[in-house]
Design a binder for this molecule. Sequence first.
Ligand SMILES: Cc1ncc(COP(=O)(O)O)c(C=O)c1O
Length: 424
Amino acid sequence: MTERNKEFFPDELQNKLRDQFYYLDTDLNGDKRLFFENAGGALRLKSAVEKYTEVSIIPDSPVRNYDIAQIINQYITDGKGDIRQLLNATGGEVAISLTASKIIFEMITAAAIYLPKGNVVATSIDHPSSFDACQFSSEQYGHELRVAKADAATGSIFLEELLSHIDEETRVVSLILTSNITGAMHDLETYTKAIHDKNSETIIIVDAVQGAPHELIDLSKCYVDGINLAPYKMFGLRGTGFAWMSERLAAVPHHRLLATDETNWDLGSATPALYASFSQVVNYICSIGQYFIGEAERRTLIEEGMTRIQLQEQAILNRLLNGTDSIEGTKKLKNVTIHFEAANGVKQDLILAMTFSNISNSRAVEIYKENNIQVFARESDSHYSKRILEAVGLESLVRVSPVHVHNAADVDEFLRVTKLINEM
Ligand SMILES: Cc1ncc(COP(=O)(O)O)c(C=O)c1O
């Protein structure tokens, strides 16, 4: 197993990045707070919000042929280009919807309606948006729903288990890139190639909402037909979900103004500001790449930027687990269990899935809050968590999800409070 990186960003870069986010140290009330809930939303980039406002105040329609209209229309073209660059996707279509859930539902149901009756394969740790889209489509359009089981130790889906459900009748496979509850990361290249080798006709749909902000995606090495992401979990804005689709998925009959191309998924007036805002997110990733390698092509900067983000997040995870000479890491605390990470190693996202044995997990979350740290309890009474927790044999867990702009001092403050809870 490759060793986890331990080196944080240089201070100069770290401070520069920290200045670019809202509410890093304080909450809406002006109270001190560490936001370790970036798997439920994410710290917002100031530039993404500012650009949204700058473009939103322009009254013109982007579908006119005069100068201002052309300027704002260019934001749409550039934004779509940036989504492709981020994913390293060529061809196909970029689509937008109000939420990531809505766009993945649309992709899965369109394929399920169009394809002959067969089976649809989901996994037990899929987010409800993709899982329910698979179940709904199976029930409505006469497919058999097959569900790949999770491995409880890693909180992931083993490739052999997934493949065992796929045959020549499989129409759609749904795969989550990174679980937003367990933090387990699936290797997209290996998984999609193996699925494709088993059935090259199968439509492969990937939920990258949790994975995209934390790891590099390279679709040129994968067999993906549909992939979604949510800007609000990626330093951007709520109110939109993006997707990229392969030619063959984009061409499947779907809701469309019928005079437009058959692969077009834009329906109604586009919002240039949403694309312009997301381009700021991509600019930000590039600026991290640029710090390390200087000027380069945009995709090269994205590759460097995302790789550096992942390394920084591995360093944060390492410190959360192992602490330092002056403060104990979570792994050393007798009343704390850290799930999944030991089995996953570097295939663990910056999500600490913890349980406490001396106190309820929900009480622990309250104590973190009383100490100005925002984390989240995933409980089985939430329909967002129930099936996934059951799949990995847990009733609840405390999910801790910092992000790359957090520094060593933030981690140490979290460890101080965790030690306090451990000793209660
Ligand atoms: C992995 C994953 N997929 C999909 C979604 C759905 O996003 P939304 O609720 O914005 O549609 C989320 C949201 O948290 C998620 O974490």
